[in-house]
Design a protein. Structure first.
Lengths: 315, 315
DNA sequence: TGTTGTTACGGAAAACGTAAATATT
DNA sequence: AATATTTACGTTTTCCGTAACAACA
């Protein structure tokens, strides 16, 4: 029994039970993989793979169990490398942050410079995508953390924690009728008023778009959605050229930086949203990952995060 | 990186950082162990062991972390063997039940015959000992389950569940003054009355002896303990020969089987006790272990036990 | 007939044991 | 001096790649 056999079994499963592909992706010979697996099965005394003649088609019943244990073992083996790296190359290494455009553009700029200053040798990279995609990145260990909306909390295998809450903002041109409202009128703006104008907002699955749809639907209002985009910059641009009114996440609007637009808080219409951070449960986190999280939200201390990972919390 | 290196590291720690002993207990050469460990450290890029010259004294800081991960890996590797055995030799294998005399003598006889009938090929063995000792047996995987008093719930690393509750019984000879009490008087028997006679009961740490001590102490009564034994049979024998009155666990007294003694329930004096079953958390349990537990107590279904193991419950 | 898995075999690499050297208590 | 670890070295075993074979679709 050896680690190589575990790798071969795992990769064969991942490659849809194709030994040839498994061998190729592990840079070794196909007969070697075949032999190692057969020897492994012999040692365990059970067949792991369902064979139809000479074709491997799937896992046997014991194979399912064995595969689960192997997954856990290999995850821990990976952790071994990370644990030692933490000491051998303290404060060196890579950090992949999977996040949506909104985080990359409006939240992380407050954090990354300080992080870089503290960990100059850590190579930071941002992977943008839709929340479900981000969850997959973390789940497949292609990213260390994901920062996105509530969706993350629903993904099995991830431990997620709340970072901050925010509300939507309606953005309009200064010459737009909605921009003329008095402060008290703006606070009481209704869905019906909004629906009177063409609307530009996020693509599905982004920044609370689902909620926006639900809110309109619950009042049986069909908004006139003229454009959908995955980021607020694009939305603001089209609002600016007069295509309609925008509904964006609050953090994406700043009166000082967006002097050509007027923002109207819309929390009373679309509710409060929580941006969450997620890490894969069971994986070892480098020290600087904990620091990053604490920079994002001071309440995300090492203890809180560790607890969430170990007990697979989803607070 | 290979499993052998993990084994060497783990064994070296277990043998108090003595490579020579570790090698011997793994039936291999000492230089081989030394070399494998050094190569492992080189690969990880960290020293696992604290060396003073050529003596290994303990774990380094990274070593502590590495050792933890290795423990998890090796536990899963053991599980691999168990998982496959479960299929390869279904309903065959060994079952070691660690229990106190009380369980072996008065509880398990109700269960073992049925278990044997259902799993004729499982070799059952009973390991008797004190509750802390039993806990150690399970923790070191020398026993599959432990059955004993509450102590088990306090042992870290074990998942334990309640099996049944019981109360103490005072046993006396038929010619003893306490045997002459009317039923209503017997129910209201006091500690003071008991303390008037020489007492025979369990050794410390057995069958609620601690509670007995505490109850007497709380009333500032010093009982006249003439004899301590680890099992009720011995206690009953000495009660029978007139050495004193006995305090034993309720399950150890049966009017039909002990016609020469009179039993007086003592739950109102010494409270209710819970016998628990414990398994090591994180280990794979053979199918027949689950069945045994369900035979012991119908509410200990597979789901309940699995849940307790995975979440390290201590209900 | 092309693709995929198993068997056969030989060279390379590693694993491991013995012996010797070195350091510690 | 006794005990313990590392280094050196040679043998044995395991590993792994190529080639050939067998079986599926």
């Amino acid at each position: 029994m050896n680690l190589q056999q575990f790798r071969f079994v795992r990769e064969t499963i991942r490659r849809n039970f194709n030994l040839t592909e498994a061998a190729r992706s592990l840079f070794t010979s196909q007969p070697g993989v075949s032999k190692a697996i057969i020897e492994f099965e012999d040692e365990l005394g059970v067949k792991i793979f369902e064979r139809h003649g000479k074709r491997i088609r799937g896992l046997t019943k014991p194979g399912v169990q064995v595969a689960q244990v192997i997954d856990r073992i290999m995850r821990e083996v990976d952790n071994l490398k990370k644990v030692s790296d933490e000491f051998a190359r303290h404060n060196e290494g890579g950090l992949v942050i999977a996040c949506t455009h909104a985080q990359a553009r409006y939240i992380l700029p407050r954090v990354i410079p300080a992080f870089r200053a503290r960990f100059p040798k850590v190579r930071v990279s941002l992977a943008e995508g839709s929340p479900p995609h981000l969850a997959q990145l973390v789940l497949h260990e292609q990213a260390d953390v994901a920062i996105a909306t509530e969706t993350l909390a629903l993904t099995p295998g991830l431990a997620s924690l709340p970072v901050y809450s925010w509300e939507h903002v309606i953005v309009v041109r200064p010459d737009h009728p909605l921009a003329q409202l008095k402060s008290s009128e703006a606070k009481a703006i209704t869905l019906e008023q909004l629906a009177a104008y063409p609307i530009i907002t996020y693509d599905h699955a982004f920044s609370g778009r689902t909620t926006i749809d639900e809110v309109f639907a619950s009042k049986n209002i069909k908004p006139d959605l003229v454009l959908e985009a995955i980021d607020a910059d694009v939305i603001k641009t089209y609002v600016d050229v007069g295509l309609g009114i925008g509904i964006i996440a609050g953090m994406a609007f700043d009166p000082r930086r967006d002097p050509d637009l007027v923002g109207i808080p819309a929390g009373h219409l679309f509710g409060t949203h929580v941006t969450r951070v997620a890490v894969k449960s069971g994986v070892f986190l480098r020290d600087y990952v904990f620091v990053l999280l604490e920079m994002l939200a001071p309440e995300l201390t090492r203890d809180v995060v560790t607890d969430a990972i170990e007990n697979n919390h989803t607070n």
